[in-house]
Ligand binder design. Structure first.
Ligand code: PAF
Length: 279
């Protein structure tokens, strides 16, 4: 496994990689969710590239950029064990050199849900992912369903900008009690860790209702909201029952829907989602 930082080093190593090349973009502090992406890339591609970059442009001014957890040595050991060929760890100066002034804005699907609560977030995500795709030129790029809106935004961007890449979405990896794996789970202290299971409980309560015939979008939102509100350590930011393609909020009876939510547990903001499909 090679580790590179500059663009020149990246391009020199990229030229030696057999195709198809699979890219797993990450912000580091890797967990089983990231490693499942690396393993799927390993199965489907001749070469696997992983990027580790805590991207400042996708953090809002009051968000956790400065405290975002980092452990590059541990990350590199995990990536080596998972069979990664090349790791790119660019610095902020490599990604955003002085004078940088080009950003990617995906309209429409970026507007609601996370985009509404985190203004500028998806502009930062789309910009950095476009740069990663342009620099690495993978045939396949792997993302987790955990960040559901991000997957929709990246698919849209890749199509709109004609990137010759297959965007592959992999299932959310969960702890045994249902909590979706996230680097931000490291912020949960004491009782907050147990309370954080309320997101998955809310999603599965709504799914159980859907499967026994409750198809009304507002009823599903109310079931999720009531489950979260019953947990004293949790504060609901939003719950959503949206069209999986447009991400528009649904009303009335639904056949397929993306259930999603953002919930503060203590001071930690967690998101999770589940896809409902009647097919
Ligand atoms: O999902 C993430 O970790 C980040 O948003 C990504 C895709 C690596 C872009 O910084």
């Amino acid at each position: 496994m090679k580790t590179v930082t500059t663009l020149d080093e990246l391009w020199a190593e990229r030229a030696n990689l057999a195709g198809p090349v699979g890219l797993v973009p990450t912000m580091g502090f890797l967990h089983e969710g990231h490693l499942s992406l690396v393993r799927q890339a390993r199965e489907e591609c001749a070469s696997v590239v992983v990027s580790i970059f805590v991207n400042p442009t996708q953090f809002g001014p009051s968000e956790d950029l400065a405290t975002y957890p980092r452990d590059t040595d541990r990350d590199l050991a995990l990536l080596q064990a998972a069979g990664t060929d090349l790791v790119w760890t660019p610095t902020v100066e490599v990604m955003y050199p002085p004078g940088f002034q080009t950003y990617v804005e995906v309209e429409g699907v970026s507007a609601g849900l996370e985009g509404e609560r985190r203004p500028g977030h998806f502009r930062g995500v789309a910009t950095v992912v476009a740069k990663l795709l342009a620099a690495i030129q993978p045939q396949r790029a792997y993302f987790g369903q955990k960040d559901a809106q991000q997957t929709v935004v990246i698919r849209q961007m890749s199509r709109d900008l004609s990137f010759p890449v297959d965007v592959v979405i992999c299932p959310t990896v969960r702890e045994p009690d249902g909590l979706a794996m996230s680097s931000r789970n490291a912020y949960l202290h004491g009782d907050e860790r147990a309370a954080a299971t309320v997101l998955y409980q809310a999603l599965t309560a709504a799914r159980a209702a859907f499967e026994t015939g409750s198809r009304d979008a507002e009823t599903l939102r109310q079931i999720m909201a009531a489950t979260i509100d019953a947990e004293p350590l949790a504060r609901r930011q939003y719950v959503s029952c949206a069209d999986p393609l447009t991400l528009h909020e649904l009303e009335g009876p639904v056949d397929s829907a993306l259930l999603s939510m953002a919930v503060f547990v203590g001071r930690t903001r967690l998101i999770d989602n589940l896809m409902l499909d009647n097919a």
